[in-house]
Design a protein around this ligand. Sequence first.
Ligand code: EPZ
Length: 484
Amino acid sequence: MSKLVIRGGVPLRGEVPISGAKNSALALMVAAALAKGETVLRNVPHDRDVSTMAGILRDLGVRVYFSEPHVLHVDGTDLKSDTAPYEPVRQMRASFYVAGLLLARLGRAKVPLPGGCQLGSRPVDFHLRGFEALGAKVNIEYGYMQAEAPRLAGATYFVNRASVGATVNVLMAATLAEGTTVLENAAKEPEIVDLAVLLNSMGARIRGAGTDVIRIDGVKELHPGEHWVIPDRIEAGTYMMAAGITGGDLTLRNVELNHLRTPVVKLAEMGLHVEPQEGGGGTGSEAGATGLVRVWTDPGAKRLRAIDVETAPYPGFPTDLQPPLVALLSLANGTSVVRETIFDRFRFVDELRRMGADIRVERDTAIIRGVAKLTGAPVEAMDLRAGAALVLAALAAEGQTEISGVELIDRGYEDLETKLRHVGAQVLRITEKNGYGNRTIDPSPAVDPVPLLPARKSTANKGADHGDGYENEGGYQHAEPGGQ
Ligand code: EPZ
């Protein structure tokens, strides 16, 4: 168990590298295992969810290892087991993607149903109906989904609520189905396009990804590919808000601004400047290129302005940026109204209130009366993005904030405290064995430097079979309940 201790009030200045998209990487890792042979994924974030997914895939017989930081190899040649391990899948929702993989490759899948979580009830019925539409027989027994279809058959399937996960799962399964599948009302998120780009490079025939109708002509088999994961738009949006909430000036490296159009419009409405910079070398999603974006507040401006926002599927305002936005709005000048249309995702406001925020929640709507200051307090991260909201609030608060539940934040923010420290934040991670509760941050010097890359294992500890060289790669012991 770890905590983040943050002493707020420092305007963040400098450059922050944005990692590859976690939610893209999770789908890409599974998709890569659709082929026999080794697919290479670059720009993969080294966060806990990626480690968890690697562990699950290994359990199924897939070879997964990092050859160097952010370069992940996935080889589905020895995919043999049709049964996914119970605990990690139950804990991490994205791991249900292995259902599409197993059905497509082995013709059968036994996968635990992912549990409910801090974002409210999150069923997988749209995924299951999609498999059925492709001809699979699907049963739920003893906590597992069991599905079978000797060879899936193409069909037209209307994706309810434009579900991201159902689009990913059915799309993957359909690549190896007989005939043509048409996904109507498909999710349009950039992560879906990223998935289709990888799969097409592996020999799949997918058209229309990024629109609400995706057409997949099934092929007999896929071959390995090589792919560069798109930048994480949610991480980028979070750091934009970090610049805003601290009155700072950040340059974000490796950003695809096209993926952040609505958030940028809303942040501009608040008075935050977000501008692409010369010398970025292209957009973030071109292999190896980096999009540079500067984010700053007017030096004279005391407070950002209140705004109204409603979350929506892409290209609308992402639900994953809603909690950080609420933190930002809690210090804005005026009253903001934020409506959450995707998940039940306002429980974190109780924690913000402890810090002095004035927020009232009525059903799916938060009414935020901006206050002049927040103050540090002990608070708890209930899920990944709620954790990000608390980090932002803490960066701006007077005094010291202790955030517990940091493991949940680690699921999706790579090297969070290292990146923050590099731009001047006073952040310290403490673990129970260091005696937490008693530590305070010396306001002047930067705290003990942490390398930007994850710690390498000693040779003696190396996983005998995978030789991945990284501490977290062994399995899924880090997964926390309440998965994303
Ligand atoms: C993905 O979740 C993301 N996760 C979430 O990111 C993100 O918040 C969400 O999309 C919306 O953008 C990953 O990509 C791994 P959905 P997903 O299926 O696929 C309901 C983060 O913080 N629904 O698009 O699970 C569902 O309850 C995470 O990084 C059903 O009812 O989201 C929700 O209300 C959190 N039945 C709506 O549809 C189903 O079978 C959309 O969910 C599927 C979904």
